[in-house]
Design a protein around this ligand. Structure first.
Ligand SMILES: Cc1ncc(COP(=O)(O)O)c(C=O)c1O
Length: 410
């Protein structure tokens, strides 16, 4: 949702209290401000959600509490108490994504989730996998490795970032599908351009073109940033990392697999809680998260992170994140600098990227950090990915820092 800069200012009026959302005029913030606080300081502000997010302080505390509980007592009761939160997390994450808990596996990250689909997909010789050429390696080269193992083929295609309309994007996807296509896999929001694909429209059109295609959506840049209803999108699987936009524990991720496909996808790792025979699999998508001993405290803290999202609501988080990103986009546009990310509101996301020569991008990230106290990234240029914990002040400091370093940009 695009909101003008002045609307942003109205909404976040007093929000320059760094590291805190206390000033945000949202019902969630008003109801539970302490639970919405983050621990970072004003001179060291993260703006790199596309890579890694801080956890809210309430989640940091909960995570430490679970870890401590386990270290104080490894009794059955103590362990069961922490482990039980995994199912709590699963149900709450599923509810927010519009799926059933049985369709959600709690894995370690998007790379693992993507590879579960890549390696578990029953592909045969001659089958074709169609990939958007902006996919992350775990959803790109991973398919190529698997295809060469099985004698399948990979076809990549492009969507120019200056594409004008959703229909044009959808047509490019449909045109890429052939009679041998068995899988279409794409990143919902590109980490290298910030381009947001119209996932629902693509899935519906691809499904219409060929009914037996498995559509996998990499949601690494979506989950926790966008209010997505997987029940309403005809994707067959979807992946995400809690440590990115979901602002959750590190090395915790999710894999959604639509119920009708769970039986046909092979698990990569088989361990407890499988039973003694191959038919004794854990229920539903849990068969994909039987990874042996886990960091149970981190997995449990996913439930607390879900609580944070419930309090702010996924729609509220998306709106706020986009408001902040739009302020940044508009402020940078005023500088007349060259963008990698699109300005077309049909495809914008909270990832804003400026074009920078490869040899300069690290230096400009350093200068922005030195001058603004804000950490951006050198992915695809100068990449800034603000989230709900960023304020108008952070954005304005970044714009001023970019202005100062503009000679390093393309
Ligand atoms: C689109 C996309 N997919 C997958 C990944 C891998 O995420 P992780 O390192 O959490 O497995 C990333 C990481 O940036 C990404 O941007």
């Amino acid at each position: 949702m695009a909101l003008a800069r002045r609307d942003f200012l109205k909404a976040v009026g007093g929000a320059s209290v760094a590291g805190s959302l206390v000033g945000y005029a949202t019902p969630a913030a008003a109801a539970m401000p302490a639970a919405l606080a983050f621990g970072f300081t004003d001179d060291n502000v993260p703006m790199n959600a596309a890579n890694l997010c801080p956890m809210p302080s309430s989640v940091v505390t909960a995570h430490a509490r679970y870890a401590q509980a386990l270290d104080l007592s490894l009794s059955t009761a103590s362990r069961a108490g922490v482990e039980a939160l995994k199912e709590d997390a699963r149900s709450r994450v599923a509810a927010m994504l519009g799926t059933s808990a049985d369709e959600i596996a709690i894995v370690r990250n998007t790379s693992e989730a993507n590879n579960t689909i890549v390696q578990g997909m029953p592909l045969a010789e001659g089958d074709e996998v169609v990939l958007w050429d902006q996919n992350h390696p775990s959803n790109d080269v991973a398919w190529e490795v698997q295809a060469s193992r099985l004698g399948a083929t990979v076809r990549r295609f492009s969507v120019p970032t200056d594409t004008g309309s959703i229909d044009e994007v959808v047509d490019l996807f449909v045109a890429a599908v052939g009679d041998k296509t068995k899988v279409v896999s794409f990143t919902h929001i590109s980490n290298i351009t910030g381009f947001r694909l119209p996932a629902a429209e693509i899935c519906a059109a691809v499904r219409k073109r060929k009914g037996d295609i498995h559509i996998h959506v990499d949601g690494a840049q979506t989950w926790g940033a966008v209010d997505i209803d997987l029940g309403a999108i005809e994707a067959d699987s979807f992946s995400g990392s809690a440590h990115k936009w979901f602002m959750g524990p590190r090395e915790v991720g999710i894999l959604y697999v639509r119920e009708r496909h769970i039986d046909s996808i092979w698990p990569n790792v088989v361990s407890i809680p499988w039973g003694r025979t191959k038919d004794d699999a854990p229920t539903g998508a849990r068969k994909f998260d039987a990874l042996g001993q886990r960091d149970d405290a981190a997995v449990a803290a996913l439930a607390d992170t879900a609580g944070f999202h419930e309090a702010m609501t996924p729609a509220g988080i998306e709106e706020r994140s986009m408001m902040i990103a739009n302020r940044l986009r508009e402020g940078l546009q005023d500088l007349n600098v060259k963008f990698v990310s699109t300005a077309n509101p049909a495809f914008t996301s909270s990832i804003v990227i400026l074009s920078a020569p490869r040899e300069n991008s690290r230096q400009i990230v350093e200068q922005v950090y030195d001058n603004a106290g804000v950490q951006a990234a050198a992915t695809g240029g100068l990449r800034m990915s603000p989230h709900v914990y960023n304020t108008a002040d952070h954005v304005d400091r970044v714009i001023a820092a970019v202005k100062k370093s503009r000679a390093l940009l393309s």
